[in-house]
Design a protein around this ligand. Structure first.
Ligand SMILES: Cc1cc2nc3c(=O)[nH]c(=O)nc-3n(C[C@H](O)[C@H](O)[C@H](O)COP(=O)(O)OP(=O)(O)OC[C@H]3O[C@@H](n4cnc5c(N)ncnc54)[C@H](O)[C@@H]3O)c2cc1C
Length: 468
């Protein structure tokens, strides 16, 4: 790998170079993304230097990548750095391509129900532009105020309205991207086409390992005629789970669904706790009324008690608060809610619905065996998307606790794979889950992915060390 000095020198001598930043301060800013120190991951501290470039158009991205490929310098695409698996973390001295100056909304068509925007725009900015035209995005993650369009597509993110509109994969129609050799590809924005494997879909969820997305066209939706918010409480996780399972069996699908078994503070992972179900239904007035009536019947038949409607509305209005709190914690302006030194982590599995309750029980046993407390067991979007959040106070050293909880996560993932599940439904793989990719895809499957990577990125410059 040639030095970053030569990269900077040649870039500065090129025609219309992008802005560049370098130095110790820059390294501390880009060393970690959302995979913070309190998570169950031991970060290698081997990176000594990064150079950050801020391209303003696709040509500048292409020139940066061509030069990096010529000099065999690692390139890490960077959106807002809110990714939770270390996908935007440099693992060696690298050129960080910060996309946030490519933040224009290029075209909105109400007639065609689509938007085209540059990859560095935040989801919130796209949403604000769309609203002025009576339109909206179907992707609404907790991190919407900060996450970029390119970062969301590259992790195949999922948001609060995923029950209605799916993960972002289902909303992207076409893309423009710079491949690891610097060539620019543009895919046709078509929802359905039968013309071979989809390059668009290959780039979605690739976490910047196959190229840098510079532009995307997405399907958008007319603002709904009506929105209804409902809340239910159940005695146990099992009761609420069965209600959700029945809604999907009968195809009474809400737009947003969030279900959580929330003990008061960290608790015994093997015990069962009362659970709360948040639902949002939107669409045509008649459709919303019919769905709310059915959802009410199904929830109550499964032991649900309706909560005051203001609870659900409040939940909805504060759904993005966590990203602001997260930022304060990262800046050292607020303490994490658990106070003292502890390791806090989470997993988001896809488990076949007939095994979710058994998985809930067995995963509780794994947590208990490792002395890890349950913070929340939950479902998002549908009965199969099961998540756990957990905590272990650092009684000895933080490093030891990190290793301990990391071993717990490994065991939970093995359990998930053993029960026919998939290890992560919305945050990607990054560095944290890369070691489980063989179990996830099988040896032959992972080899096939590696060959695709090798063909597109022969010098392995694009986000090396991730996924494969
Ligand atoms: C408090 C909090 C709440 C969150 N809630 C959600 C949630 O509800 N749903 C959800 O899905 N995620 C959530 N996340 C995770 C994160 O916000 C998403 O993964 C988000 O999509 C990442 O966007 P970003 O712009 O920050 O990307 P980054 O973190 O900068 O990058 C993510 C990955 O994409 C690559 N990348 C970035 N831009 C490009 C590009 N233009 N081309 C190619 N590759 C690129 C990076 O190399 C990296 O591998 C949350 C994170 C936090 C901190």
């Amino acid at each position: 790998m040639q030095s970053l000095e030569r990269f900077i020198k040649e870039l500065e001598e090129s025609a219309s170079p992008p802005a560049v930043a370098t130095g110790a301060e820059v390294l501390s800013q880009y060393r970690r993304d959302g995979l913070r120190e309190f998570r169950a991951y031991v970060a290698p501290e081997v990176v000594e230097r990064v150079v950050v470039v801020y391209p303003e158009d696709t040509l500048q991205v292409s020139n940066v990548v061509k030069l990096a490929n010529k000099l065999r310098v690692a390139v890490v695409p960077f959106g807002a750095g809110t990714g939770l698996m270390g996908g935007a973390m440099p693992l060696r001295d690298s050129v960080m391509v910060d996309m946030r100056r490519m933040n224009r909304c290029l075209h909105i068509s109400r007639e065609n129900r689509l938007v085209t925007a540059e990859a560095g725009i935040t989801l919130e900015a796209v949403q604000a532009k769309l609203r002025t035209e009576g339109l909206m995005l179907g992707h609404d993650p907790w991190s919407l105020p900060r996450a970029t369009l390119g970062g969301s597509i590259s992790t195949n993110g999922m948001g609060y309205t995923a029950a209605g509109y799916g993960s972002i994969r289902r909303q992207v129609l076409g893309l423009e991207a710079v491949l690891p050799t610097g060539e620019v590809v543009e895919t046709r924005p078509a929802e359905d086409s039968s013309v071979g494997p989809s390059l668009t879909q290959l780039l979605i969820g690739a976490e910047g390992t196959l190229g840098i997305i510079t532009k995307a066209t997405l399907r958008v939706h007319l603002l709904p005629e009506r929105q209804s918010f409902l809340g239910y409480e159940f005695e146990s996780f099992g009761e609420g789970f069965r209600a959700i399972q029945e809604m999907y069996q009968r195809r009474v699908i809400p737009t947003g669904l969030d279900f959580g078994e929330q003990p008061e503070g960290p608790s015994d992972p093997e015990a069962e706790y009362p659970s709360e179900l948040f639902l949002m239904v939107e669409g045509l007035t008649e459709e919303v009324e019919a769905k709310v009536a059915r959802i009410t019947r199904i929830s109550e038949a499964n032991g649900g008690r309706r909560k005051d409607d203001s609870w659900a509305l409040d939940f909805w209005q504060h759904r993005h608060d966590v990203i602001y709190l997260y930022e304060k914690v990262v800046r050292g302006e607020a303490k994490p809610w658990w106070g003292g030194e502890a390791v806090f982590d989470f997993v988001h599995f896809y488990i076949p619905s007939d095994r979710v309750l058994q998985f809930r029980k067995l995963s509780g046993q794994v947590l208990a065996r490792h002395g890890v407390s349950l913070v929340e067991a939950g479902l998002w979007k549908q009965a199969e998307l099961f998540s756990l959040a957990f905590l272990k106070p650092a009684e000895s050293s933080l490093e030891e606790t990190v290793r301990d909880v990391s071993g717990t996560v490994d065991e939970l993932i093995q359990l998930c794979h053993g029960m026919g599940g998939s290890m992560e439904y919305c945050h990607g793989v990054g560095v944290k889950l890369a070691k489980h990719m063989v179990q996830e895809h099988g040896q032959a499957g992972l080899e096939a992915l590696r060959r695709i990577k090798q063909a597109l990125d022969p010098n392995n410059i694009m986000n090396p060390g991730k996924l494969y």
